[in-house]
Every structure is written in structure tokens, then in C-alpha cells.
Design a protein around this ligand. Structure first.
Ligand SMILES: [Zn+2]
Length: 173
């Protein structure tokens, strides 16, 4: 077995022998996962995903609660920082058509399917928490937590009129 297959194997839940009722799982989305998918903005991460699975005869409902942080690069000062994420999602798996679930993501599965592979879902939920503009949050004093040296360079550009306060260092360099 290749290493990459090993990395993703841990995000699978066996369902064929699973009894009806509620089951709980914990997954860790780690550096291995984020480096595997090679997301352009997310280098690393440490996110826990608690999955509450309810199995009924033809429906499997998943409530996924995510908490953790992703390592991203600040658009303003280009240093990396930990971006905290928090998310709750529901995924419904059904064997056949299902009424009454308009808002939820519905995945149709066959009776023969022996496991649910959450790799892509967990990854997608985590990385879609990243905003389009990734900027260091302010510190306790309300000052930007950006690299001060980089901020100085940025300010010089603003003063000389080559940039506007809304522009980012990544646009200039
Ligand atoms: Zn910054």
C-alpha cells in the first residue's frame, strides 16, 4: 500500500456491519492531509472533526462539528499564521430517493456500499472556512499582528502614493 493511501484511509467509516442507532467518531485533519491535497493557501492544519452518525434502515445522517486552525499566509505581511476555524455541517446518505431534506447535502449510496469515505468532505469543509482575504487578526491592543518590518515597508509605499491602505504587500512585491 502506498503512503498516500494510508493517509486517507483513516477518514473512512465502515457502515455495512454497523448497527442502527447513534455512533460517534473523532477524526484529526493533520498536516499529512493538507499537504496531500496541495491546497494553494493552506500549508498545514490541525483540525478535529467530531462526527455523530445516526444509522436508520435506509438513511445515514452525519453531523460534523469541526474545530481547529489552518496555517495560512497573511496577504498583507506574507508571514504565516494560524487561522482558527469552526464549522457545523450535516450530510445525509440515503439508499434511494428521500423527501423532506431540502437544505442538506444528500448523497445517494447503494445497499452494497460497505463504508463512507469522508476524506473529501472533511477536507472541503475545512478549507472553505478560509476567507478570500487572509489577514493577521489584531492583537489585544487593536494593532495588526503583522510582521512589523513588513508593515513599515507597506507604510512607505502608502506614503509615497504607490499604494493605498487597502492594498496588500503581496500586490506590491
Ligand atoms: Zn500579516
Amino acid at each position: 500500500m502506498k503512503a498516500s493511501e494510508n493517509i486517507l484511509d483513516k477518514y473512512k467509516i465502515p457502515i455495512s456491519g454497523l448497527s442502527t442507532g447513534v455512533h460517534e467518531y473523532m477524526f484529526l485533519l493533520d498536516d499529512d492531509m493538507f499537504s496531500y491535497f496541495k491546497h494553494p493557501d493552506v500549508e498545514k492544519g490541525s483540525v478535529t472533526a467530531k462526527v455523530i452518525l445516526e444509522k436508520r434502515p435506509t438513511v445515514i445522517e452525519l453531523d460534523i462539528t469541526m474545530n481547529g486552525s489552518l496555517t495560512v499566509q497573511c496577504d498583507r505581511c506574507l508571514e504565516t499564521f494560524q487561522y482558527p476555524i469552526e464549522s457545523e455541517e450535516k450530510i445525509v446518505y440515503t439508499m434511494g430517493k428521500l423527501e423532506g431534506y431540502d437544505d442538506e447535502e444528500i448523497v445517494i449510496i447503494s445497499k452494497e456500499q460497505s463504508f463512507i469515505d469522508l476524506t473529501n468532505d472533511l477536507y472541503e469543509i475545512a478549507v472553505t472556512q478560509i476567507p478570500i482575504s487572509k489577514i493577521h487578526p489584531n492583537d489585544a491592543k487593536g494593532k495588526p499582528a503583522c510582521n512589523p518590518e513588513m508593515l513599515k515597508i507597506l507604510e512607505q509605499y502608502i506614503i509615497t502614493g504607490e499604494s493605498t491602505p487597502t492594498q496588500k504587500l503581496s500586490d506590491i512585491l
